[in-house]
Ligand binder design. Structure first.
Ligand code: AMP
Length: 280
């Protein structure tokens, strides 16, 4: 695996090595890699001539400075994992190159997606996500972009950003990889202490309960029961939403046919967990 730290270095590599109809699969990450990230890299590698991953803890997507400061960093292990997965290039840029001083920040008209669910609780988060993914796509210029459905709304937001820009890239959305007890793998799980780690699968258990009890009609009572279930286990719930699987708009009455999904965010002390589950 080649590690490239400068934008100019990547562009040089690209100009001499990536020509014609060579396909490039790209997996952007913030590091502290786990098997979820690696599943994206493995798929990218199997579907493309060249597989590129990036590690960049993007400051503009953190609405909470403490979350940014405490974001786990495990770079040596990350490099080993990427190498073992057959990743060809790791792009490891410096913040000063991604965000040159004095550069005017773009704004993406994301519409309602920006203000619901994660957008409501993390103001500015999705603008930061778009900013960095837009920049990374310009640099890497991949043919395929690999994203995890663990961050379902992020996938929708990036899809929207791509439709607003000129990127010619095809999106590959990948299933959520889970721990044996169901907890969705996440870099932030590294911050859970032993007691919190035991409780953390409560989120997916709450979503599973909704799936099991779902019948056509009003959805609100299912949501309220799931919120109570989580609160009883010590979670502070930001939201649980039963939503249209395509648009993520809330579905208060389910007709029994529409594709729906349930999304949740909840805190265990100062660690925020998110997850989602297709319901039908
Ligand atoms: P992050 O490093 O958290 O920004 O994640 C980088 C990419 O990995 C994003 O596309 C995530 O959605 C994806 N990802 C994170 N956790 C998982 C998981 N448990 N399963 C599958 N993909 C994941």
């Amino acid at each position: 695996m080649i590690i490239i730290k400068h934008i100019a270095g990547y562009k040089e590599y690209r100009a001499s090595n990536i020509k014609g109809d060579i396909t490039v699969g790209f997996t952007p990450t913030m590091g502290a890699l786990h098997a979820g990230h690696i599943s994206l890299v493995t798929r990218s590698k199997s579907e493309n001539d060249i597989s590129v991953a990036s590690i960049f803890i993007n400051p503009t997507q953190f609405n909470n400075p403490k979350d940014f400061e405490k974001y786990p960093v495990t770079i040596e292990k990350d490099i080993e994992m990427l190498e073992a997965a057959g990743c060809d290039i790791l792009f490891l840029p410096y913040a000063e190159e991604i965000y040159p001083r004095g550069e005017k920040q773009k704004h993406y008209p994301l519409g309602y997606l920006e203000n619901i669910l994660e957008g409501e609780y993390r103001p500015g988060h999705f603008q930061g996500v778009c900013l960095v993914v837009d920049k990374l796509l310009r640099i890497i210029n991949p043919t395929e972009l690999y994203l995890g459905l663990k961050d379902n709304q992020q996938c929708m937001v990036i899809k929207k950003m791509i439709s607003l820009t000129s990127h010619n890239v095809s999106l590959k959305l990948c299933e959520t990889i889970r721990e044996p007890d169901g907890l969705a793998m996440s870099s932030r799980n590294l911050r859970l202490n032993e007691t919190e780690r035991k409780r953390a699968p409560g989120v997916i258990n709450a979503l599973q309960k909704i799936k099991t009890s779902l019948t056509p009609g009003y959805t609100e009572s299912l949501i309220q029961k799931a919120i109570t279930f989580l609160q009883e286990q010590g979670f502070k719930v930001d939201y649980i939403s039963i939503a249209d699987a395509i648009t993520l708009e809330p579905v208060s009455t389910w007709d029994g046919n529409k594709k729906i999904t349930v999304l949740a965010a909840a805190w265990l002390n100062d660690i925020r967990l998110i997850d989602n589950l297709p319901l039908n």
